[in-house]
Ligand binder design. Sequence first.
Ligand SMILES: [Zn+2]
Length: 433
Amino acid sequence: MAIWNREYETIDRDELEQLQLERLQQTLSRVYRRVSYYKNLFDKIGFDPFDVSSLEDLKKIPYTTKETLRLAYPYDMFAVPLREVVRMQSTSGTTGQPIIVGYTKNDIEHWTELTARVLSAAGVTEDDIIMISFPYGLFTGGLGFHYGAERIGASVIPSSSADIEDQLTIMKDYRVTVCICAPTFMAQLSEIMDIKGISPAELSLKTALLGAEPWSESFRREIEDKFSIKLFDNYGLTEIIGPGVAFECEERNGLHIAEDHFIPEVIDPDTGEILDFGKKGELVITTISKEAYPLIRYRTGDLTVLYPDGCGCGRTLVKMGRVSERVDDMIIINGKNIFPSQFEKIIEDVVGKSVNFQLVLDKKDNIDNLEIQIEISQDIFSDEMKRLTEIEKNISREIEERLDIIPDIKLVEPRTIKRSMKRRRVIDRRNKN
Ligand SMILES: [Zn+2]
């Protein structure tokens, strides 16, 4: 498949490091002069941003956290005057104060280039008809991909957050070949097609790029088999730029990070210690080309690993593992630290396919009680009672054996769990009593 920007995506590693150093020097001098948070921080630790001679020097700077960005609301982390800002986007703020990010003209140009790389790596060309089913609002997914898709020259349909049945009609009638959406959207689309009796063969779809929330390999296999399409993962976050930070190539075993714009590190989320390649930890990113909203060593909260090895696609940019969990997804049940993805894995192993489920936490006599609601397909649900009890027992036993937790399992009919743009895996009622 095509490589959008061969010069940078297959750059010699020594040359890349030199480029990173130059861009890092510019970025550090920029934030020192223009962002009071960084000026105070550098002065406090005695760090001279004009005396940086190696990429190693970056390690002397403390991490920037989401809390710092929240406290800077609305504009204190901006490194340019507002008259140079041509766009603003924002985080949703569902878990606290939203974070506003700004883009200069150059930032938008870079962002466009980066999402064009993501699309090109998934085989998208000017011959494609692309439907973007991400909201076109403050969320970066819609507009971020829109510009990149236009840059490639594809025909772009900004279907955004239109009703899902209307989107299905668009997909079918406009002969859409590529869909950019959240995995939840793809799952809902699949359900609606089953209900309406529309066969995937009636669609022209060949590729889907999924982002904005984690999705499993078994979900990939299921959707790919059902639709005869290929699914590609990509990664990005609003604070850093939006989509375009990292993406899967045709090899689909890890996501290449655009290291000419971002310097990645992986750290132990508890101690802050930098981890070696191949060790799982929290992803930390330093932006080295951003003008309006540069961030130094930003803790993303996403857990991943970095792989140094070359790739069959010819790109020299390092790869990161697919992100399936975030540091703050961790839940504590009766003193045990667990990620929702661990339950997902077990349920999928028992049921044999990806399922929609929800964890409901409550307190019973001061002890944490976990109920797992699992949607199972209509054919299993209408099966005899004995079979349902058996599935419940198997899931319960596996969870007890692997996670040392005894849950209440509740199998529910398809489409019982409330749907939204973003999946909500955990409902925690423990502090509400
Ligand atoms: Zn590759």
